[in-house]
Design a protein around this ligand. Sequence first.
Ligand SMILES: *[C@@H]1O[C@H](CO)[C@@H](O)[C@H](O)[C@H]1NC(C)=O
Ligand SMILES: *[C@@H]1O[C@H](CO)[C@@H](O)[C@H](O)[C@H]1NC(C)=O
Ligand SMILES: *[C@@H]1O[C@H](CO)[C@@H](O)[C@H](O)[C@H]1NC(C)=O
Ligand SMILES: *[C@@H]1O[C@H](CO)[C@@H](O)[C@H](O)[C@H]1NC(C)=O
Ligand SMILES: *[C@@H]1O[C@H](CO)[C@@H](O)[C@H](O)[C@H]1NC(C)=O
Ligand SMILES: *[C@@H]1O[C@H](CO)[C@@H](O)[C@H](O)[C@H]1NC(C)=O
Length: 460
Amino acid sequence: MGSSRFSVLGFVSLLLCSATSFSIPKDQEKDRITELPGQPANVNFAQYSGYVAVDEKAGRALFYWLVEAPVTRLPQLKPLVLWLNGGPGCSSVAYGFAEELGPFRIHPDGKTLFSNPFAWNSEANVLFLESPAGVGFSYSNTTSDLYTAGDQRTAEDSYTFLVNWFEKFPQYKHRDFYIAGESYAGHYVPQLSQIVHQRNKGIENPVINFKGFLVGNAVTDDYHDYVGTFEYWWTHGLISDETYRTLNVTCDFQSSMHPSDACNQALNVASTEQGNIDPYSIFTPPCNDTSSLRHNLRGHYPWMLRAYDPCTENHSRVYFNLPEVQKAIHANVTGIPYPWDTCGNITGNYWADSPLSMLPIYRELIAAGLKIWVYSGDTDSVVPVTATRYSIDALELPTITSWYPWYDNGMVGGWSQVYKGLTFVTVTGAGHEVPLHRPRQALILFKNFLDSNPMPSSSK
Ligand SMILES: *[C@@H]1O[C@H](CO)[C@@H](O)[C@H](O)[C@H]1NC(C)=O
Ligand SMILES: *[C@@H]1O[C@H](CO)[C@@H](O)[C@H](O)[C@H]1NC(C)=O
Ligand SMILES: *[C@@H]1O[C@H](CO)[C@@H](O)[C@H](O)[C@H]1NC(C)=O
Ligand SMILES: *[C@@H]1O[C@H](CO)[C@@H](O)[C@H](O)[C@H]1NC(C)=O
Ligand SMILES: *[C@@H]1O[C@H](CO)[C@@H](O)[C@H](O)[C@H]1NC(C)=O
Ligand SMILES: *[C@@H]1O[C@H](CO)[C@@H](O)[C@H](O)[C@H]1NC(C)=O
């Protein structure tokens, strides 16, 4: 009862706020997407996209895409969630937006779109950011920037982006704000969270009203990630006993971004032993041509009836390079000298700083009482569930609710354990990109995270 009264009051005051305090800045209106080429009928939510400069002198600008909640779901009452993909060098437009949690998926023609019924903007306003400069449509006018990116500059630029973005979108100031992401964003998300948290200290009613973070199949702690990854490869029969032993010895205590030659060599042997599987989703076929794909899905993967399209990345490579699409989303307005790609060539070779562990940041942010959820698709072999479990175990947090199966419609969706300060959730049958492989379960997870509810334990 009490909570419903609160939300009615909140509703009224928010409406008053949006009616009185804000006039919509012109540069926000310029970023509004009126229509996407090939979009389905009846799009009932607003979208904005464009650039926010983060370094005027070097000429660095980051490309964002805001997908608001449908008007019928009262976007003005929903939180704002920033989504980051990893790599480093991979695009949140290519992955997060176009094949995971965004509102549309791209047909194999590379020209037309269809709706994703499990898009996360049903529960929040979602802000996708291509970072760092050099990824996707985000650019730098200083070429050397593209070869000297690292964790620290990525986090600082993302923070500057946020500060400037909130000026462009004042209606989001003081709104509940979360940061989410996957894979190497297992670095970006806690690092950016730490900066926001530290710079909010001592400020009453901060503009960036940061509440917590959510990460999936996240690179977290190189030592524990390696131990758990090699174990996963071996226990899933992907590598030989001998290679398992060699990896254990040569990659022990190595940096995952800059492994030694010996460790690299062992990793190459492991990769050859694994063969042509999709390491991001070990039980589904890799991208080949679509006709054989359909056949394969029927023949060998009967449990993947309404399976995802493993070639979806290739469709986005076509779609986002179309001049009419770039025009509609206000992208590439400066004539970037190379094509848009899902992952750029800011590779590990150039990547500067990459701390071995995010656990110290976890400890700081857990102590600060922020909401922290970590999830894992359990058929990913790249940042597997065993890696994440070892990393979390290393935090030695007290358990509040022991390991239990969570349910979606009577079926086990995965497992969960609630620790003091951190909730861990697995999604069974999902690969590296959980919302791609298990969109319905991913949306349940997202909603429970936002609502601060544990995953449903009832099998009803
Ligand atoms: C990068 O250079 C282009 C062309 O000179 C210019 O239009 C653009 O504003 C510059 N970008 C930034 C972020 O300064
Ligand atoms: C690899 O290392 C893990 C963790 O130290 C250990 O439990 C496992 O027995 C090792 N396996 C091999 C084959 O060396
Ligand atoms: C891709 O499909 C073709 C037939 O369409 C097949 O010959 C080829 O072996 C497949 N490649 C892989 C890597 O699965
Ligand atoms: C998908 O894109 C990759 C990278 O550009 C390319 O190597 C591959 O042949 C493409 N696959 C199909 C089926 O088009
Ligand atoms: C930007 O546009 C130019 C044409 O003006 C095109 O050649 C280039 O591939 C595009 N780059 C990106 C990143 O979209
Ligand atoms: C990416 O690599 C190509 C060559 O493969 C090069 O021409 C291009 O300048 C590189 N782009 C960036 C952003 O480093």
